[in-house]
Design a protein around this ligand. Structure first.
Ligand code: XMP
Length: 513
């Protein structure tokens, strides 16, 4: 499909991904490219527009990432954001210098609503600023289209050349009318029509996969997580029974999870594919016996997964393609311009070494997570799978502190099931980033009826997070915690105490190990 594309040129800032996501939310396809891309390569992408994003230091320093003057002469609309705006000013002969005071946070910006970037935006718009340098003087030909008490040139434009620049960040939520500004750029300046929709992605991807695979055999490691589920369904739609999905039940899944995955993908499910469920529970428990160190547990679980998968792959024989659920953030984070490093997630990492295949296919390689979910809904995958919260590859192995045993797995599965049931009943699911029960390795004294007990403590965890890099403990209403606690101590044998984890990340991590 020859879709309208906007390119985000990355000068080393931290917002490139977010900008690309925001542009795609305007239904315009967007890719991130390094600033070192050549003009020829850039033109070959036939972009409708280019966005310059943040950089590390001052544009006028020798070593700072820059661009040539020629890029502004290609006739392609350009929007400079933050560092990108200063770079545009610097290269085209304006003046950039250290501002008398840095601006940080939400700032009222007076904008010229006659300028195309600020159409349908309030004259005093609240925007998010973060800068120490500023444009002291716009280059010749540019109009100043916004200012703040600190910033004489908070935005500038040269409409005849379709060059625009904003000092603030339209892509962050704190810029209240940022979405409108980005829409103005992609629709009104670049002339995009908004042809990036998930229904057309699904249709095109299916067609492309069919062409690429032909009559070949395809193998997919299915974890039941969002990415591998969507990848599998897409492939099933494309090549049906040429696809085999292997689902390894390592005995460290949540309660009923294995059966739920089988229900959707197995013989009685809705999809045309070969489904193999490998019951490897006892193997894992044996391997994990006596192991207490978290990283060692992770390694064992990962290595065992590869071994189980290898055995299954041998039974199937050589395949033509191996599916990986790589998504766009993995591609960006693993280094632009280089090929994507295979995810360290144990479900896929290492597989290429043990499976005989000709080529890897990554059907979701260009999608952000929310787009993967939209594609999933488009493909008719049940909502509980599409909106499933993240579950670590090593599963309950990292939610049981210390040695993993079958008995402990049962305890944490039951406790977690109760917790999730009550969270759902209270309608809190949508508000939480991740929540689960973990089994601490602590046993303590309690009393049950007339008897002394000496049992385990279960810890409940719930966090709010936008990126899983940082998180804060969620404030679960006391009534809910109280009810969960009562149910766990009454219904789960071996538990006499329930604790709530109030720690954020940092200093804690989301998982316990
Ligand atoms: P932490 O515990 O590092 O978790 O704060 C951040 C996010 O990553 C998930 N996580 C893992 N995912 N393999 C995975 O596939 C792992 O070993 C692993 N450890 C943590 C965790 O569930 C959370 O979403």
């Amino acid at each position: 499909m020859n879709k309208e594309t906007v390119i985000v040129l990355d000068f080393g800032g931290q917002y490139n991904q977010l900008i690309a996501r925001r542009v795609r939310e305007c239904s315009v396809y967007c890719e991130v490219k390094p600033y070192t891309i050549s003009l020829e390569e850039l033109q070959a992408l036939n972009p409708k527009g280019i966005i310059f994003t943040g950089g590390p230091n001052s544009v006028y320093e020798e070593t700072s990432p820059g661009c040539s003057r020629e890029i502004f002469e290609l006739g392609i609309p350009i929007l400079g954001i933050c560092y990108g705006s200063q770079l545009m000013a610097h290269v085209l002969g304006g003046r950039v210098k250290t501002a008398p005071v840095s601006e940080y946070g939400r700032t009222e910006v007076e904008v010229d609503t006659k300028d195309v970037m600020f159409q349908d935006v309030s004259p005093k718009s609240v925007c998010w600023m973060s800068h120490t340098d500023y444009i002291a003087q716009a280059p010749e030909g540019f109009h100043v289209t916004a200012h703040t008490p600190v910033c004489p040139v908070a935005a500038m434009s040269f409409p005849e050349k379709r060059l625009y620049a904003v000092q603030f960040h339209p892509e962050v939520m704190h810029t209240e009318e940022g979405r409108q500004m980005l829409e103005n750029f992609v629709y009104r300046v670049c002339g995009c029509t908004g042809d990036w929709k998930m229904d057309s992605f699904v249709e095109t991807a299916t067609k492309d996969l069919r062409e690429k695979i032909g009559g070949g055999k395809v193998l997919c490691a299915l974890s039941g997580g969002v990415d591998s589920s969507v990848a599998a369904v897409l492939l099933s739609k494309a090549v049906g029974k040429q696809l085999t999905c292997v689902f390894v039940d390592h005995g460290l899944l949540r309660k009923n999870e294995g059966d739920e995955v089988e229900e959707v993908f197995g013989a009685n499910g809705a999809y045309e594919l070969n489904f193999i469920r490998v019951n490897a529970r006892q193997r894992y428990y044996e391997k994990l016996r006596g192991v207490t160190e978290p990283e060692e547990k992770r390694k064992i679980i990962g290595a065992e997964f590869i071994r189980v998968f290898e055995e299954e792959a041998k039974k199937i024989g050589a395949v033509d393609f191996l599916v990986q659920g790589t998504i766009y953030p993995d591609v960006i984070e693993s280094g632009l311009g280089k090929s994507a490093v295979i995810k360290s997630h144990h479900n896929v990492g290492g597989l290429p070494d043990v499976v005989e295949f000709k080529e890897i296919i990554e059907p979701l390689r260009m999608l952000f997570k929310d787009e993967v979910r939209k594609a999933g809904l488009e493909l008719g995958i049940p909502k509980h799978l599409v909106f499933r919260q993240p579950f670590p590859g090593p599963g309950l192995g990292v939610r049981i502190v210390g040695e993993v045993t079958e008995e402990k797995v049962k305890i944490v599965q039951e406790a977690d099931h109760i917790y999730r049931e009550e969270i759902a009943r209270a309608g809190l699911e949508q508000n939480l980033g991740q929540y689960f029960a973990a089994l601490t390795n602590m046993r303590s004294v309690g009393v049950m009826g007339d008897f002394r007990t000496y049992d385990y403590a279960v810890a409940l965890r719930a966090v709010n997070t936008s990126d899983f890099m940082t998180a804060e403990a969620a404030q679960i209403p006391w009534e809910v915690l109280n009810k969960v606690t009562n149910r766990i101590v009454n219904e789960v044998k071996g538990v006499n105490r329930v604790l709530y984890d109030c720690t954020g990340k940092p200093p804690g991590t989301i998982e316990f190990e």
